[in-house]
Each structure stands twice: as C-alpha cells, then as structure tokens.
Design a protein around this ligand. Structure first.
Ligand code: DLL
Length: 433
C-alpha cells in the first residue's frame, strides 16, 4: 500500500460515525465499570449502571473527570487492564509529586499510531517521505506519537528528539528531510538558524506538523515563508493518548477530531452545561476505543469551538478551532505545562511571602519564564551577595519543580503592585490566544 489513508473511516457518513460512537461508548462504559473501582464508585453514587448508557446521547448522565481526579488516582488507580496487559506509560510534563500517568496496551499504541498516521497523511505524507521528528522523546507523547505515525505511513523516520539544533539541521540537509514534526516555537527557531547558517536552499522540507502549544496565524505565515513549507497544526493531550487527537487537513482551517476514537463535547466551564456546536466553551473528551486508560468525560480545560461544516478535504469528522484559551491557569512554557501554584509552592516552602509575579515572554522564538519575588524586610536587609545566593537557590528549586529554567529576580518588599481584586499573578506577553 502506497498511502496510509483511512478514507472509509475519515470520510464516513454521520450516521456511521454515530453508530460507531454509540456501540463503542456502551462497551467502554461496561469495561471501566467492571474493571476500575473508581468508575464503579462514581457511577454507583449517581445511581447509574452500564445499562443506563445506551448511546452517546446518554453521555451527559455521566460525571466529569478532571486532572485532579487523575492525580488522585496516581499511579494505578485508573488502570483498566491487568498490569501484564499494559506495555507503556507516558506522562504529562512539568508536574512533580503526583503526576498524571497514562497507560497503553499494544492495541492502544496501535490506534494512537493510526491517529498520528492520519495527521501525517493529511499533511501530504507518503512512504516516499523522510519524516524528521524533533518533538521530545521519553515521557512526553510528542516524539513517540509522531514516530509511531510515521512508521504506519511507511515513511523513513528520523527520531531526532529535541535540541542540538546544528545536528538537526545537518541531518535535515544530508537525509533530505521532507516533513518536520516539532513544536511551532522550535520550528521557528530552526528556520531562523537555517537562515543564519545560509542553508535555506539546501532544505527539502515540504510540510511541518506543529503542535503541543498555542501558535498564532502570523507565526504560521512566518514559518511557512522561511522554510517554504505548508505548516499544519496538530492537537492532543497525554491523558487522551497524545498528539493526533485532532489534526489539520489541506484546508488549514480547524482540526478534524478522530471521532471514531474520541467523542468531543463543548461545555460551559462554569456550569458544566453541554453547549451546541458553534459555541465557545471547554472541550471534553471521552475515549471509546482504549483498553488500558479509557477516560469518560475528561475536562481538557482547553477553550474551543466545534464545527460540523463541510470540509473541502472530504473528511467528515468534526473540526475544532485551535484552543482559544484555557479555563484554568495552566501555562505552556517551552512546551512544558506550568501551573502558577507550583511556583507558589516553591516560594512558600523557602519562606517567601506569596507576593510574586510570573512574566512569560518570547525572545527569538523561544519562551522565557521570569519570576519576580518580593523579599521579606528581614531578607532585604541582608547583603547583596546573599541575594545572589537566594536567587540561585530559587532557580534550582524551580527547575526541580517545573523541569525548566526560570529566571528569578528578588525585589524589595512592597514592590509588586497589589491588586484590589484577584492578584495578577501571570503576565503573558506572548499574546498567543
Ligand atoms: O502536548 C501532546 C502533543 C504533542 C500535541 C505533540 C501535539 C503535538 P500534553 O503535554 O499533555 O500533550 O499537553 C496537552 O497542550 O491540553 C493544550 O492545552 C496544549 N496543546 C496541545 N496541542 C496544542 C495545539 C501534548 N496544537 C495540552 N495548540 C493541551 C494549542 C495545544 N495548544
């Protein structure tokens, strides 16, 4: 087979998609009720049995699941198969202590690879392509996901992982990479470096598949013109498998959600009410084909709009907009999930008052995280060299907590402007949404 394109699935009729969703949801609910005490408990509490869920229309009877529930269940609380059936874990970035861990059987990995293969195909990928994967490998889902998808397509796969930019470019030139997969900020950095090295004419790229963080239309135009490629968005989250939950097609206008694997809902983030297509709200996913880690009504906290308008590519699966914001305060900095509460924990543990401000900016297409922290009057009366040591101590503690570097600046007491309402903890100068 020359191409990997599941046309009968990706272009199925609405009736067919609904039939799949109904049947698979019923099976998934039965599976988790019987195998995960947590689900049995929350359904019993609502007086529900699997027999009450007869189709996707009954989904709204089920309670939502949140990231906190997943943390609470760490590590094995939501595993729905015997340990011997699970073959892999992946984990979300940037949290310490109770992390979110997702499990996969071989079947789950196979379906995840399918989803990523669809994304690569939608970007024009075939067996003849050289797919350069510069997402991180390891616990992060980016590298393993696109790697698996590329194998499915049958493309030659370069498992580059992130970093070592000159080596990346060297391989790109020598191996004649045609499709680049990485975060949009790394793509922009690679493009800039390629121009600085004067190698732009030696690059054979034709497409890029960029996701895991917010990026603007201007950034797309910039990357497309610098690399002379078409740049496609890809979306996903660890909890629901990883990249490939949805992806852009040739229309480059919204991302098709793989509806044969995931049921998408949009809810009002405050009331939890399900909103009709076309309205902006929080995206909620139910996975309906997973064995090891199926989630029912998982709140992503990503704010989006769903659209079922006919797409020029012929795919019939519902489209979502790029995330237009978050319904919680999570920041994504250099591809790593950062919660202000983690920074606050570090400060309080080290004896600082909770007067701080987090400033995120983008310099040369790379995110910069800065934390301004007020000292107590006692700390302030110490000498300058102590300030340096204190800053260094906080930088180390933040790296241990977040997994990335944060610049720390200690400031005099009462310097940070007090707010009369909610404290302005985060100033995001990137204007991504
Ligand atoms: O970022 C999975 C992924 C890897 C997606 C590679 C695409 C490419 P997490 O680290 O769990 O998983 O972070 C998930 O990242 O809830 C969104 O807020 C954000 N996100 C993911 N894709 C996009 C995108 C991966 N295309 C969280 N645009 C999600 C904007 C995105 N935000």
């Amino acid at each position: 087979m020359e191409h990997y394109y599941q046309k009968d699935i990706e272009c199925a009729s609405r009736k067919q998609i609904t039939a799949w969703q109904d049947e698979r949801l019923v099976n998934t609910v039965k599976h988790v009720y019987e195998n995960v005490p947590y689900y049995k408990k929350i359904m019993d509490e609502k007086g529900l049995t699997p027999a009450d869920i007869k189709s996707a229309a009954d989904l709204k009877k089920l309670p939502f699941l949140t990231k906190d529930d997943l943390r609470e269940a760490y590590p094995y609380g939501l595993l729905a198969v015997p340990l011997r059936e699970a073959v892999r874990i992946q984990s979300t970035s940037g949290t310490t202590g109770k992390r979110v861990v997702a499990f996969y059987t071989q079947h789950d990995i196979d379906l995840w690879d399918d989803c990523c293969a669809r994304a690569i195909m939608a970007a024009g990928g075939t067996k003849d392509d050289v797919v350069h994967v510069s997402y991180g490998y390891g616990l992060f889902t980016g590298g393993p996901g696109l790697n698996g998808g590329s194998h499915k397509v049958g493309s030659l796969t370069l498992p580059m992982s992130s970093g070592n930019t000159e080596r990346q470019i060297q391989f790109m030139v020598d191996l004649e990479s045609t499709i680049l997969c990485c975060t949009p900020s790394y793509a922009a950095f690679l493009a800039e470096t390629i121009w600085e090295m004067g190698l732009q004419d030696k690059i054979k790229l034709k497409a890029g598949i960029f996701g895991a963080e917010a990026w603007s239309e201007e950034m797309r135009q910039d990357i497309q013109s610098k690399l002379n490629i078409k740049a496609y968005d890809i979306y996903g989250l660890t909890e629901i498998s990883g990249p490939g939950v949805s992806f852009e097609c040739s229309a480059q206008k919204g991302m098709h959600i793989n509806e044969d694997h995931f049921i998408a809902e949009i809810i009002d983030p405050v009331t939890g009410e399900v909103l009709p297509d076309g309205q902006k709200g929080e995206l909620v996913f139910t996975s309906i084909t997973k064995e090891a880690f199926p989630l029912l009504r998982y709140r992503t906290r990503d704010i989006c709009i769903l659209s079922r308008e006919k797409c020029s590519c012929g795919r019939t699966h519902v489209k979502m907009t790029k995330p237009l914001g978050r319904s919680d305060d999570m920041l994504i900095v250099k591809g790593v999930n950062v919660f202000p509460s983690q920074i606050e924990t570090v400060l309080l543990n080290k004896g600082y008052p909770a007067n701080y401000q987090i400033i995120v900016s983008r310099e040369k297409n790379s995110d910069k995280l800065e934390v301004q922290v007020e000292m107590t009057p006692e700390m302030f009366s110490d000498t300058i060299s102590t300030v340096y040591d204190r800053e260094k101590e906080l930088v180390d503690a933040m790296r241990a907590m977040l997994g990335i570097h944060a610049e720390v600046h200690l400031v005099a007491p009462k310097t940070i402007v007090r707010s009369e309402g909610k404290a302005v903890r985060v100033v995001d100068k990137r204007h991504l949404y």
